[in-house]
Design a protein around this ligand. Structure first.
Ligand SMILES: [Zn+2]
Length: 459
């Protein structure tokens, strides 16, 4: 490796770690690709990576590293061709997750009386909406609550309260307080989030007797959910601006890296690649599909986030990625060998409808692979029991269990072929408490989550 490459490594601890821990043939390939990229020659970089993959035996974990690089290099190349000056360095020296970069609230001083009034208002709203409610997944009436979920999600991400509460009433209360008269909607959200956390306000949770989904026993306003997910600001919490939205930095780096591992692991597991057709539901900016494409598959996907779909099309060159649920119905029955969905179904309502649409897309003998936070971990007996991930609340509308998913798939004429629970069954993509890929040293995201993955074959 020459000095230019070495300097690049020095500039980036993640990259340095990757190089130092990887097998020599992977190191050589990646170093060659980096050199080419620093010389602004992306096509040479891609041919280094392709050559590297060719010499590794099938199933070698080095493939996922090369695939990660390939997708990233390709994104840089495409961004440059679109006139966006993205550099390799920008991708690997990824920005910290935006939620820690957000501006703090403007200097406000909320009186104790206003704080109390806000908490009263929140409790009043929650009480007035309590009562019998339908399962957001199948529509059956939910039984009485038997557990709780925090109103503010595990990571306390700003803005989730909007889904559960009428925030305008809280903004009015703040504006009547001389110390907080200037506060804007975002500030109100931030203040209310802090108060809810301090007061430990929780939502009741029920397990649906009909479909085994664990859901909030609190009627969620469909219109508000739709607005919440369509809201640009919500997406801004996990996506950086368009210039930096490359394969490696569209989301927090560990998540983007895990999104590279998952499709590589899955395609390898199912022996899929050249000539196969892969669909990703909730494909976001298209990272997973780009990996499938790199492995030779023809790909299509859907995500309701138009901005990310636009990125997938424009930057990753994925032409068959769309943004409305009707597009699921428009696709011919049995048109995919694999339908995958990664950390998406816990965010949807009307799961029954979506689930049958997804199952319809799978060809006979083809597979569906669902990865979600494992709902077996979602239940907390009471507000004082220790927090576990994943929780309901925040932006998670449902908690899905391996058993519940298995039953749905069996009813839809699928045969469950594999159920993996993290971390014990998922050593290839979840690395336990270390939270790093032992091969590359890359931080991964799923380690902490307690995922489950259910893979089923269509009979
Ligand atoms: Zn249900």
């Amino acid at each position: 490796m020459d000095d230019a490459v070495f300097d690049q490594q020095q500039a980036d601890p993640i990259f340095l770690s990757m190089i130092s821990r990887s097998p020599p043939n992977v190191v050589e390939t990646v170093a060659g690709a980096v050199k080419a990229l620093l010389a602004n020659d992306a096509s040479a970089a891609l041919s280094h990576l392709t050559a590297g993959r060719a010499v590794l035996p099938r199933g070698h974990p080095g493939h996922r590293l090369l695939s990660t690089f390939q997708v990233t290099v390709d994104a840089v190349d495409r961004l440059r061709s679109l006139g966006v000056d993205a550099t390799f360095e920008q991708i690997w020296n990824k920005p910290a997750p935006l939620r820690t970069q957000r501006k703090g609230p403007r200097e406000v001083s909320v009186s104790r009386a206003t704080q109390g009034a806000i908490l009263d208002e929140i409790r009043r709203q929650l009480a007035s909406s309590a009562g019998a409610t339908a399962c957001p997944s199948c529509g059956a009436m939910l039984p009485p609550a038997n557990a709780v979920a925090p109103l503010v999600s595990h990571d306390g991400t700003l803005g989730h309260l909007r889904m559960y509460l009428d925030m305008s009433a809280i903004l009015v209360l703040l504006r009547q307080d001389p110390g907080a008269a200037e506060v804007d909607a975002e500030g109100a959200d931030q203040i209310a989030t802090q108060l809810v956390k301090q007061a430990g306000i929780h939502l009741p949770v029920s397990t649906c007797g009909a479909c085994e989904t664990i859901a909030l026993a609190h009627p969620l306003d469909q219109e508000r959910i739709a607005r919440f997910y369509a809201d640009a600001e919500y997406h801004a919490s996990s996506a950086v601006n368009a210039t930096d939205r490359t394969a490696g930095s569209a989301e927090s780096f560990p998540l983007a890296y895990t999104k590279s591992l998952f499709p590589c692991w899955l395609l390898d597991r199912l022996g899929l690649g050249t000539g196969h057709r892969v669909f990703d539901f909730g494909c976001g900016e298209g990272t997973m599909l780009r990996h499938a494409e790199t492995a030779g598959a023809s790909v299509a996907g859907l995500d309701l986030d138009r901005e990310r779909v636009s990125y997938a099309r424009r930057v990753l060159g994925l032409s068959d990625v769309t943004a409305t649920l009707d597009d699921l119905q428009a696709k011919p029955q049995g048109s995919f060998d694999l339908v995958m969905t990664y950390h998406t179904l816990e965010h949807v309502t009307h799961l029954d409808r979506i689930f049958s649409s997804l199952c319809r897309l799978v060809t006979q003998g083809g597979h569906v692979a669902v990865a979600v936070p494992n709902g077996e971990n979602a239940i907390r007996k009471d507000a004082n029991s220790p927090p576990v991930y994943p929780m309901l609340g925040g932006d998670h509308i449902l908690a899905l269990t391996p058993a519940g998913l298995g039953n749905r798939l069996t009813k839809a004429e699928f045969e469950v072929v594999e159920v993996c629970r993290s971390p014990s069954d998922l050593r290839d993509i979840n690395f336990g408490p270390e939270k790093r890929d032992p091969l590359s040293g890359m931080p991964v995201w799923s380690s902490k989550l307690g995922d489950c993955i259910v893979i089923a074959r269509k009979r």
